[in-house]
Design a protein around this ligand. Structure first.
Ligand code: NAD
Ligand code: UD1
Length: 347
């Protein structure tokens, strides 16, 4: 039985495409809205190959309010997941207005759209970056937010505030913000995964591109942190677990158990791993050595952060089932699969 239509903004991107697969597998019908600014139309083919259904697709820039009228008014939308945003910390430092414009204007239009189309349930992609350099670990949803360390991080803080202000005058709209920690890994089919444009900023894509010989060596940013091996600690969560958490968030909203029309949850594994531990995990699952070098700290990085998962576990019933080895293995499988196919298409 089809459970409902879910509009997925940014659905052809990394987390969005994995979530579309989970939605289809669970009986929902995802409808993607994306302007392909950081994704490829071929991700629809991959979703279809894996899940057996091709999501309907609208190529729309969410900053263009009028363009949203291309989505037929006759289409019933039961819920909306708003993934679409720019997400590179470095890029946001270099071009802050590009980030404030894209991430905030699109959110404003999404909120208006929810009201115009009588959409009752919204899930918003936030980030652990809102906690900044947290003083107490693990980070709970009550941990005070610190000043954002980048314009990107600031767009997430401002977005949460915009949503809260809007909901005060729109009690008919339920919203959950999900603060993702470090999403990583790929679908077990190895057909979709993380494919950043240009040189990766994030650890896992840089590591796997080094593993397939595309990069000479991984640079470990900082070996003098106050951690067990001197490298920085993060909480990596498998993208398929993250995708499942979005379904749990809907189910919770639809259950009528929310005590107000807004709630927020951390989505992490609850475990912190150092960069060197992530490398070790990769070396274990692949049986290969990774060339790496410890270099200076990266400006703006925090020493350590990991999530308290208690609230998501208790209220959403969400516990990640995949660990760090599943993350490094699936990311590596995806990278190999992707590079092999590129070579095939070139030769
Ligand atoms: P992604 O870049 O792979 O996907 C985002 C998608 O949104 C892309 O397909 C892009 O084309 C689209 N998009 C961007 N601006 C748009 C616009 N104006 N109109 C229409 N489409 C637009 O990124 P992702 O990793 O899948 O991230 C999804 C969300 O999760 C983002 O909001 C991001 O900030 C948040 N998040 C990501 C991470 C992470 O490490 N990947 C961590 C925390 C939070
Ligand atoms: C960063 C952002 C976060 C954003 C997320 C997804 C900051 C402070 N945080 O998280 O807001 O949501 O990306 O885009 O920028 N590392 C290396 N070598 C590399 C790459 C990374 O050692 O080549 C280390 C980093 O120093 C860090 C860890 O690996 O300790 C994870 O880095 P990364 O994947 O970039 O994520 P975050 O910095 O945690």
């Amino acid at each position: 039985m089809m459970k409902g239509n879910i509009l997925v903004s940014g659905g052809s991107g990394y987390i969005g495409s994995h979530t579309c697969i989970e939605l289809i597998n669970s009986g929902y019908k995802p409808i993607i809205v994306d302007n392909l600014s950081n994704s490829d139309i071929q991700s629809l083919d991959r979703i279809e190959e894996i899940a057996g259904e091709r999501p309907e697709f609208f190529e729309i820039n969410l900053c263009d309010r009028e363009a949203l009228n291309q989505i037929p008014k006759s289409l019933r939308i039961d819920a909306l997941i708003h993934f679409a945003a720019f997400k590179s910390v470095n890029e946001s430092v270099a071009d802050p207005l590009m980030y404030y414009h894209n991430n905030l204007e699109s959110l404003v239009n999404i909120l208006r759209f929810c009201t115009e189309r009588n959409i009752e349930h919204l899930v918003f992609s936030s980030s652990c970056t809102v906690y900044g350099d947290a003083k107490e670990l693990p980070v709970t949803e009550e941990t005070p937010l610190q000043k954002a360390s980048s314009p990107y991080g600031n767009t997430k803080q401002i977005s949460e505030t915009i949503i809260l202000d809007y909901l005060k005058v729109h009690p008919e709209l339920n919203t959950i913000s999900l603060r993702y920690f470090n999403p990583a890994g790929a679908h077990p089919s190895a057909k979709i995964g993380e494919l950043p444009r240009g040189i990766p900023n994030n650890l896992l894509p840089y590591l796997t591109q080094t593993a397939v010989g595309l990069r000479d060596e991984l640079k470990v940013f900082g070996g003098d942190y106050n951690t067990k091996d001197g490298s920085a600690i993060r909480d990596y969560i498998h993208v398929s677990d993250l995708a499942e958490a979005h379904l749990k968030a809907f189910e919770f909203m639809k259950s009528g158990k929310m005590t107000s029309n807004y709630d927020l949850f951390n989505l992490g594994s609850g475990n912190g791993y150092t960069v060197l531990e992530v490398i070790k995990s990769y070396e274990k699952v692949s049986g290969e050595k990774l060339p790496y070098q410890i270099v200076d700290r990266r400006p703006g990085d925090v020493e350590k952060i990991w999530a308290s998962t208690e609230k998501a576990e208790k209220i959403l019933g969400f516990t990640p089932s995949r660990g760090i080895d599943d993350i490094t293995k699936s990311a590596w499988e995806w990278e190999k699969h992707y590079r092999k196919n590129i070579e095939k298409s070139i030769s």
